[in-house]
Ligand binder design. Structure first.
Ligand SMILES: O=C(O)CCC(=O)C(=O)O
Length: 264
């Protein structure tokens, strides 16, 4: 399984429209490398910390221009072959007007999943006041095993991942806009989730300064034993990694700690 984590610059100096046009070309080039799964970061169109602009860049998922443009890339304009693509998250405007931080996932044969971020970051501002909270855990069946979806701040809430585990998660896909200031938390928690749930972790972050907040990069692939298979730096880059999904079952067989869970 070849995974491409696209660590994007999401900077105040670039207009969202220019950014998504640029990223569509990057994803097209990445598709040509033979990636099985491409993963983009959180809120990379509007910017994870540019709260004030969120409403200007919000759409129902079905009406989003950037998502439609990427869907064309993903499907070779409908002519196939189709790539598996985690579009990252988007400011979704729901039918009742509520905004959500929604991850959009598409795969061949009509695989579609949307995950509304459950834990909103910001305490008394930002997401916590401007967006609705998702309520549903989302897993996606794939040829490589069941993928669990999570977004950024969710990483701090281990019970979410136990819930995904109970729904069959074998690989965790996380899309983020995690600040540089707390990047050591990110690195430790990614490893913790891989070790405690015995999953591959595919985690894509942003870089650049958004809404005045420097973002930390360090996108990473962690194996189910907790080894860092690959880690990005602090600039724009694609982390392109081949992994063996069978390592999840091997790890769970060699160290069957999940069988000893008592509290559910
Ligand atoms: O938990 C953190 O430190 C960062 C979370 C965050 O930036 C987010 O969820 O957007």
């Amino acid at each position: 399984m070849r995974v491409s984590l696209m660590q994007l610059v999401v900077d105040d100096a670039e207009a969202p429209h220019d950014r998504w046009n640029r990223v569509v070309k990057l994803v097209e080039a990445e598709r040509e490398t033979g990636a099985d799964l491409i993963v983009l970061p959180e809120l990379w169109v509007a910017g994870g910390f540019d709260y004030k602009s969120w409403s200007d860049h919000a759409d129902p998922i079905a009406d989003s221009e950037p998502i439609a443009a990427l869907e064309k890339v993903r499907t070779h304009e409908g002519a196939g072959p189709e790539t598996w693509l985690h579009f990252g998250s988007y400011v979704e405007r729901a039918a009742d007007g509520t905004l959500y931080n929604t991850s959009v996932f598409r795969g061949p044969g009509g695989v579609r999943a949307e995950y509304r971020k459950i834990h909103r970051f910001g305490f008394s501002e930002g997401e916590a006041t401007l967006m609705g909270a998702g309520e549903e855990l989302v897993t996606v069946p794939s040829p490589w095993g069941t993928l669990g979806l999570a977004t950024c701040y969710d990483l701090r809430f281990p019970e979410l991942f136990r819930g995904l585990l109970d729904r069959g998660m074998e690989h965790l896909v996380i899309s983020s806009a995690w600040p540089a200031k707390r990047i050591e938390h990110w690195r430790v928690l990614l490893k913790a989730r891989a070790i405690e749930d015995q999953v591959f972790v595919f985690a894509t972050n942003c870089v650049g300064t958004n809404g005045g907040v420097p973002l930390g990069g360090r996108s990473a692939v962690i194996d189910p034993w907790g080894n860092v298979v690959a880690e990005a730096g602090t600039g724009e880059e694609v982390l392109r990694v081949d992994v063996d999904p069978a390592l999840v079952a091997q790890t769970r067989g060699a160290l069957p700690v999940l069988n000893d869970r008592r509290l559910r």
